[in-house]
Ligand binder design. Sequence first.
Ligand code: IFM
Length: 730
Amino acid sequence: MNWNIEELGYQPEKATGLGNKFLIGNGYMGIRGTLEESKKDQFPAVNLSGIYDQVGNGWREPLNAPNGLFTRLLIEGKEYCLSEKEHKAHTMELDYRHGIFRRETVFEAAKGTVTLKTERFASMVDKHLIALKVTLVPSYDGEIEVITGIDGEVWDINGPHYDSVLTGVTGELIGAVATTHEKQDKVAVYEALEIPSVAGQEAAIAEQSTKEKDRTVLRHLKLQVTAEKSYTFFKYISIYTSLDTAAFQEEGKQLVLEAKKRGYEALLKEHKNNWEKKWSRSEVEIEGDDEAMEALNYSLYHLHSIAPRHSKSLSIAARGLSGQTYKGAVFWDTEMFMLDFFLFTEPEVAKTLLKYRIDTLKGAKAKAGDYGFCGAFYAWESQEGGYDACSDYNVTDVFTGRPMRTYFKDKQIHISTAVVYGIMRYIEFTGDKELLSEGGAETIIECAKFYYSLLIKRVKDEKYELYDVIGPDEYHERVNNNAYTNRMVKFTFEAAIKLLEEETENKAEAAEKTLLLESFRDAALHLYIPQPDEKTGIIEQFDGYEQLEDVSVEAVKGRLLHEKEYWGGAYGVASHTKVIKQADVVTMMNLFSSEYDMEILYKNWAYYEPRTEHGSSLSACMYSMVACKCNMPDQAYPFFLKSAKADLGDGGKQWAGLIYIGGTHPAASGGAYMTAVEGFAGLKLENGELKAEPRLPKGWKHLKFKVQYLGELYQVTVTKDKAEVEKIRD
Ligand code: IFM
């Protein structure tokens, strides 16, 4: 198994995509895989979790910290930056077993070459720390200068987010303290530099000066170098925000000084050990298919890198920590696609993700109230406090440049069902009912109240309906009775009923409970759930879907007048056709597969797949899951691989209309994991016991992984016709 990915050579147009592919992170921050010399036009970012800012009417988005990695060579007065200067060779490498980024570039200068090697990691042991090792090897005797420090001119999509960046030099430290526009939050970055005492090296880098200019603070090193000798220095960089602690500046300074004392190699060692521990629980072994094994573990690397282990109540953004796309907001992606990985390998992280939802209940109740509904309507794009960052105009029309009214925020009501699903699944797999008393039960009841207040009952019949919604397929807006939404809402009522049926001592509470119970029981019983058509077996995605134009994805694509044109909304090329953006009915079938015959599952899979654009990275894994459940592992395989490779290729879809949507795809990573574990290995609960039911694709000899269930660790090993689920000691 190869745990390294490499990029040979340099193509400027690939730099943005590679920033995602070579991302490193530790849940607190994500550092894009851009080069040290990059300035903001090349999208470098040290993206921070859980801290946001808004400027004017621009979109509210997470912060990128001042860039403490900034380093450039200066040879004979010329700055060497890969984007601009000649180079002889260039490679980038990511060791994704240990979250280490490396690059090696041979620059050509007048007198000869200078090889620049760097290595960096975002410490898994101390969330605030980044360490960078820089090595130079010249081919000639002479002078090389290095400019290195903190660049406060950060890349923003809707910034600038810092009203000011104060830079300074204190003793051996340099620092930058940035103040945000909206709330005057602070982000402090400090750097300590270490020039190790290697024979001749200290003397070579004897001259140092610092300069503060335009939001940057830079050290200027002058090296008298000898041909073929190597010169190394280390940078220790801390990042703290005023949300972390009142003493964010003192702690930041202290951290880099201590890091310098401990030294790079010691920090690297503990960082690597930490990663090894993670893999000992989460690595997936596939004998017979290295490509799949590597892509899958690379996906898990990304999930590990963005897990908010430093918090008890924080979630993961749809694009992880790869930048400001999608406003750094939390979507249904977390509960419906990523949660299982954490549930099975690190349930404490799963709890943290769900606590975020529980702790943002207030925001969800406020949103429901704003729309005139009861209960809790979670934010479609959730930021801190449950604030919904989704704009009413989430797409820009490519023809007019005008914002287009979209209804994601108002109508994608299925988001609250995802929260309920996540909480119930957590309890099922961990047995930790405390989450219910910590607000989980209230959250579920409030979500059920929300849906109850949305029900529509027509005079002519007994059933309840849900009108004017958007299902997972976002190309068809404001539809009635979306099959996924209705079924998930029924699930929500059933979850609430289960909780309410539990005993209560308190009389006042008991009376209220009785009333709610009656209402939810009635709702669960009468809510209309679209059923398979008697003749075709197809479940209609929403009322009237069958009447839409039946045309291929290719034909719809052929109607585009502009390559970045939005396919959905009022006038989109797909809106009036059966072409859908992503798995919708199929997503519902994956969740409730036990309610359908395999024939019905297959018919719907075969019907909807050719009509699906897979315009969302959330789509492919739902098709692979249902293909597995139809016992078709070989048909599932390409969808699985597509999900597992979502961040290994060219970066997928980068634009929605004129909006940049590039970044990593953690939901696809989670979907690939689900397919391997729950699809190919067929892991499931049967009467409270973990069982596997293998359906391995061609060429797979065995599939092996560990999972946690009810606090115990299990080793799962499946071959084509044998499954072992064995309790093991930690
Ligand atoms: O949550 C998804 C949605 O289903 C499709 N558009 C992108 C969102 C974030 O990944």
